[in-house]
Design a protein. Structure first.
Length: 693
């Protein structure tokens, strides 16, 4: 009868989860834009949105065209014109500028004052090469050899990553090598990586973790059960995302991976204890005792892990808050499903009695080795500030991708021939329209900016006015079409071209330019994705300090409430403090930047490594035996868990984005350190405090 009830519970819960998943998961959506990290209250974001509204554009796509011989041939010019015409018709495109549009401008007095243009490539072929001596266009729309040109596609607010698919289909008709780069292209790469991470990596992760669990439990079905439970919890997490209208982004896409790797450990602990007790007690009794012994540490482990994830909520970014909610919900569901499904399954399944467990990994140190390791760790801790100071707080939208990725190759080509990839604008505001006197001042300012380290060129309405000897005032009134992308009423924007794409490098360029802006009678404002990224990094890092401290306090108070022993609670959080510290040491050694993606690692490690401390202290409390004996009893399952976590996270080394590979490196080294510090310090310190042998 009891077996029948257990079977009903088991099948009912699984059927309910599957039913919820079937109805909700098809509605899950992906958000690949980096805007998910932004706060609408950021001054840099407000400035960018204001500029986009004023000039009616929303970013650029840079298409680099490369020919073996020359672009200045009839067939290629005709083909590029056709392509340009098609691109202009795409939804999300506001304008296209290319070398085939290069023209000379002049003032016409016939029928009133007009600014007329004379395209270089509309005359006889013998005249075409004159374009290569025009400084306004060379290295802006075409290189000096005439073999490399560009299409600068200006976007409006309707643009999305689907535009790039249409763009590539159009470009296929060209007999040229085509490279596409820009912010939207980076978003597309993110989109593809999110799909890969969500759909293809979990199966590989699933098998690796199962294999390690099998080596420990030596039962294929029992080894599979923790993964099934965590998979059901992952599905519920994504269903929860649909319910809250949360889209998958570069952070929330990792939900399934983290829930599977972390949550499966709860079932492992319970099953491992059951198999041990089965050699002593009947099945029913073994299930009851294992549930009773493991319930408290499992609940405590889940709560502390949720606290670690909850620390992301302190970071002022919607993406981090959403990740915090999904992971905390996933871990909570893992706990509930573990406590409900595992006992029910164990009652139904016939399990072979084993006197010994498989994969008996252990780390039990004698007194001398303990002291030696503690001295070594202490020395590293003392020297850690020297290493941690080497950590660079910086990020790069293109640095997230591997060097052989198409986006990195396109960025290299763009920087090589045209000196820029992402736009950096200097907005100049004044009262009234810009006059000829302003033209002189802005020209001097441009010359100074060009001399700044990291700046390859500056383009503005002044360059067009001076190059064709048309006064800026006249051009502003009668040539608004030609300079509309640079001047809007009382605002002029300068496009500062730079190959620098990282946040810190962009900030340094702006800082150098600001040094000589104080003497001008204008209002200046810088706008660009690099500046938004820099400000976002600063906010994330400041918030991380607060989140780590709050997480430590909350975990300590939770341990104190459960164990009611202040000293043991302090000892329990020592390994997680060292684990977090060593994470920053590894970052300094590996030269990994501290930025948006790597800032989540500390919270994850805190939530995971505290589990080991909880299980050792709980076993010591229940058994009343010496703390050092806990290593023999609980150590093997801790090491199995740490190994499965490290192996599971190591699948991210093969992810298409360096962003995930860096997180994997920190998590793998962090989990190994967490297990090592727990087995090294906790038994040793408790035995010394209680004066046990």
């Amino acid at each position: 009868m009891k077996d029948k009830n257990a079977f009903i519970i088991l099948s009912s819960v699984i059927a309910l989860v599957v039913l919820i998943s079937v109805f909700t998961l098809p509605h899950l959506r992906i958000e690949s834009s980096s805007d998910v990290f932004l706060s609408k209250h950021d001054p840099e974001v407000i400035a960018e949105r204001s500029m986009e509204k004023m000039f009616k554009d929303s970013g650029t796509i840079l298409v680099v065209l490369e020919s073996k011989d020359t672009l200045l041939s009839t067939s290629i010019i005709t083909a590029v014109r056709k392509v340009e015409s098609k691109i202009k018709k795409l939804p999300g495109v506001s304008r296209v500028d290319s070398f085939v549009d290069a023209a000379k401008y002049r003032i016409s007095l016939l029928g009133g004052i007009k600014v007329k243009n004379e395209p270089y490539l509309s005359g006889p072929p013998d005249e075409w090469k004159k374009l290569l001596s025009d400084k306004l266009y060379v290295n802006n729309l075409i290189d000096e050899t005439g073999k490399v040109g560009s299409l600068t596609v200006t976007l409006n607010n309707k643009a999305n990553t689907s535009l790039l698919k249409s763009l590539r289909n159009i470009l296929k008709s060209l007999p040229l090598k085509c490279y596409i780069t820009g912010g939207l292209a980076a978003d597309e790469e993110l989109y593809n990586s999110i799909w890969l991470l969500s759909l293809f990596y979990p199966p590989g992760l699933f098998f690796i973790v199962w294999l390690i669990y099998f080596l420990r439990l030596r039962d294929p079905l029992l080894s599979l059960l923790p993964l099934i439970v965590s998979l059901l919890a992952s599905a519920l997490s994504y269903s929860f995302a649909v319910f809250l209208n949360i889209h998958l982004n570069v952070l929330t896409a990792t939900t399934a991976l983290f829930v599977i790797v972390i949550g499966s450990a709860y079932s492992l602990h319970l099953i491992n204890r059951y198999v041990q007790l089965l050699a002593i007690y009947p099945k029913e009794e073994a299930v009851k005792i294992s549930f009773k012994e493991e319930k408290r540490p499992l609940i405590l482990s889940a709560l502390t892990t949720m606290i670690g994830f909850a620390s992301f909520a302190f970071i002022p970014s919607k993406a981090f808050r959403e990740m915090s909610m999904l992971l905390s919900f996933g871990i909570f569901m893992c706990l509930i499903l573990t406590l409900v499904l595992i006992p029910a399954f164990l009652k139904v399944k016939k399990t072979k009695i084993r006197k010994t467990m498989g994969l008996r990994l252990n780390l039990r140190f004698n007194y001398k080795i303990n002291v030696i390791f503690i001295i070594i760790v202490s020395i590293i801790v003392v020297l850690s500030p020297i290493i941690i100071r080497r950590i660079n707080v910086n990020s790069d939208n293109f640095g997230y991708f591997k060097k052989n990725s198409s986006i990195r190759k396109a960025t290299y080509i763009s920087n090589k021939y045209f000196g820029w990839t992402l736009p950096l604008y200097l907005m100049i505001e004044k009262k009234g329209m810009f006059l000829n006197s302003d033209q002189v001042v802005v020209r001097q300012l441009e010359d100074k900016i060009r001399s700044v380290k990291g700046v390859s060129n500056v383009i503005s309405a002044v360059d067009i006015a001076e190059h064709f000897d048309i006064p800026l005032g006249i051009l502003q009134i009668f040539g608004s079409k030609e300079i509309g992308q640079f001047i809007h009423r009382d605002t002029m924007r300068l496009l500062i071209k730079t190959p620098v794409t990282d946040a810190k490098g962009t900030f340094q360029i702006v800082k150098r330019i600001k040094e000589f802006l104080k003497g001008y009678d204008y209002h200046f404002k810088f706008v660009g994705p690099g500046l938004i990224l820099y400000n976002m990094n600063s906010r994330v890092i400041n918030a991380q300090i607060q989140s780590i401290l709050m997480a430590f306090i909350m975990i300590f108070l939770l341990l104190l409430a459960i164990f009611r022993k202040p000293l043991e609670s302090l000892i329990a959080i020592l390994p997680i403090a060292l684990t977090v510290l060593f994470q920053f040491i590894f970052m300094g050694i590996a030269k990994i930047n501290l930025e948006i993606s790597t800032s989540i690692v500390a919270g994850i490690l805190m939530g995971l490594s505290i589990d080991y401390s909880i299980h050792i202290i709980n076993w010591h409390s229940l058994s009343k035996k010496a703390a050092v004996d806990a290593v023999s009893e609980v150590g093997p399952v801790i090491l199995t868990n740490a190994l499965s976590l490290a192996a599971g996270f190591s699948t991210l080394f093969f992810a298409p984005m360096l962003l995930y590979a860096r997180i994997a490196y920190l998590l793998v080294t962090g989990m190994i350190c967490g297990a090592f510090f727990t087995l090294l310090f906790i038994p040793f310190l408790i035995s010394k405090v209680k004066k046990q042998p």
